[in-house]
Design a protein around this ligand. Sequence first.
Ligand code: NAD
Length: 500
Amino acid sequence: MSTTMPGSDTMPFPPNSVYIAGEWISSPDLERLPVLNPASEEVIGSIVDASPAEVEAAFAAARAALPTWSATAPGERADVLDRLADAFREHGEELAVLASREIGMPIKESRAGQADLPERVLRSTADIARNFPWEARDASGTTVIREPVGVVLGITPWNFPVHQIVAKLAPALAAGCTIVLKPAELTPLNGLFVAALCERIGVPSGVVNVLTGRGATTGEALVQSGQYDLVSFTGSLAVGRHIGAVAGDRVVRATLELGGKSPAVVLDDADVEAAVRATVRNCFTNAGQKCNAPTRLIVPEARREEAVSIAASAAAAYVLGDPLDENSTMGPLASAEQREKVLSCVEGARARGARVAGGGAVDGVNRGYFVRPAIITDVEPDDPVVQEEIFGPVLVVLGHEGEDDAVRLANDTPYGLSAEVWSGNPARAADLARRIHAGQVRVNGVRTPALPISPFGGYKASGLGRELGPFGLEEYVEVKAVLGDPSDSIPSKEEPQCVL
Ligand code: NAD
């Protein structure tokens, strides 16, 4: 495999190809889509918009590979994940640079989130697979068997491109499933890079297949194909609703990892300065394009002005620039469309009377989709800027009148993906965490542990199902109960009455 810097013409896979049944396939008939670097607006590659023919071929390959792959021992599949993790370590810098070039993520964040984290997810999933209760007896004597759900369709967004692919690929492979993956059209090269690593370490042909293309064309053809046993989707609420409806109509399992509008709740006994600075940092990772970003800072009303001032000065200190420059602390937004959406959300709030610090275009910068981070306050709790996911560097500061009011505000959106709570009293913080309707609550700034096995997923409109760790693996298995002890003799004619 080439180790040439990604983003140049040389990639570890042929241009304009998709990966099906262990082969790189291209067709001159397929439409080409350019891949842009959002920092420079330069074309860094191109992909094909895969058609229903490639969709058909990919599912046929995944279906054909299923019997053999699902019959391999869990320990053998775990060994494959470890080998893939080794390849991620070897090519981590290339993956990170490519992620920075595809979405504009600062290189330090790419190294942590798109190389190191996926490697750790692969290794931790391998360990879980080695110790998973694939077959166990329950207290009634029934044997409970966990079997692979079958062929998986994985559809991922662009914001944490490699991590989101691996969060589906690792449990699918560990469970004995085969998979057809479609990465987002803004970050397809990373998806193809992962396919090339699978090929390199000898994942059997057909077990992993990667198609590129638009959501409305390739994505829709995949979803409508009816050829999968589970669809695992990460992306927007609108598309998630649609995919969930299609899956529900066919009675096919769907896991949906959707949006968020996560609160950071600061109680009156917390270190306000530390809480505000950490919230700004967490909110503005990847220029705020993070599903679990704490985008609503809820502080005691009496401390709101102080919090706004700390947040505004922390936001103003961001160094916007080339994501590959180690000194840049914020890159551009991922696309022109994303920049327009963020700018119009902030302007809309201002027009409705909100006070805005920062925001807007960057003076003197004519190329790249850069937007200055914004801190917004003086808004009603039902304002769109408080209720709707913006997916950009925008933090809203709200005031609360005590713990109950803070909980009410925290829970007052359609979403429930994540939350942060801050208190000087650990017992109070733990109590507050229990009152918040979210799939993950982080106490006093704690980040994702080195062992990434805690369940991740949403309450309410943030989704269905969980990723990572044992809960994530459970999504990829069917459960079978075999009643009757094989060592028992044939039951007598006087059987107990059948009730179920
Ligand atoms: P998106 O929904 O537009 O696209 C996500 C993926 O779905 C892409 O691969 C896209 O091509 C595909 N797609 C689009 N329309 C489709 C269709 N009709 N049929 C099949 N596939 C289709 O989302 P996005 O803009 O790429 O990502 C941003 C969103 O993702 C945000 O809302 C964010 O909160 C969410 N997200 C959620 C999580 C989570 O774990 N909860 C993580 C990251 C991002």
